[in-house]
Design a protein around this ligand. Sequence first.
Ligand code: AKG
Length: 261
Amino acid sequence: MVLLQSDIQIGKPDVNRKHMQELIQQAMEKNPNTDIIVMPEMWNTGYALTEVHELADPHGKKEREWLQEYAARYKVNIVAGSISEIVDEKIYNSMYVFNKEGKEVARYAKMHLFRLMDEEKYLASGEEPITFSFDGNWTAGASICYDIRFPELGRTLALAGAKVLFVPAEWPHPRLHHWRTLLMARAIENQMYVVSCNRVGVSKDTAFFGHSMIIDPWGEIVIEGGDQEEILTGSIDPALVDEVRGRIPVFEDRRPNLYFS
Ligand SMILES: O=C(O)CCC(=O)C(=O)O
């Protein structure tokens, strides 16, 4: 699995698309057996929220077309981070996922919008949690950046069968401690893999620190990036999820009838 921890040029979808295409090409040339590629959040426009109505991709069509083609060309699953797209006059922060045949297997629109960055003033929120599978072998759950502050989402996805939680992000300084701790907590409490891909670089006054991570279901860090652009490689073993869930049977010990909803 490869994480494209990359910089993003705010408000420049054409530049960003070219950059992402180059990174995918580099990753696949280096290791043609790569099974999954993960990209960061809102990589087409960055947080160009004041211009996002003009910049957002109508129905994600432009980006989905080349992503489908690349997934099929390189025979690789792509968790395509998220893009800003416009659907029925509403703008969404949407994750698209493609399998090795280039088939689109999921679309998830970010459910929790981040007020600190005014997302809710410009974007519409997604209304449903999504699980998906690339080839039917194991199930994954979708979440985007701020979503990881909501343990309910990770839990509902785990209960729906997810063994891996994907988290594309644009998570900035100074909250590295929150980022690492929350990702770790979601992995440990749900006994699932957490795979996060955060951007780097600076946009306007905001600096992004990278530190993309793969965390295993026991809470161990499989890989962690630094704060510069890099193509990170690590692997997951979904069977470890069952093993850890067997070791400490958290899901059997839940008391849902006693919890306040
Ligand atoms: O929750 C945070 O601290 C960062 C969230 C964020 O940057 C986002 O959702 O875009």
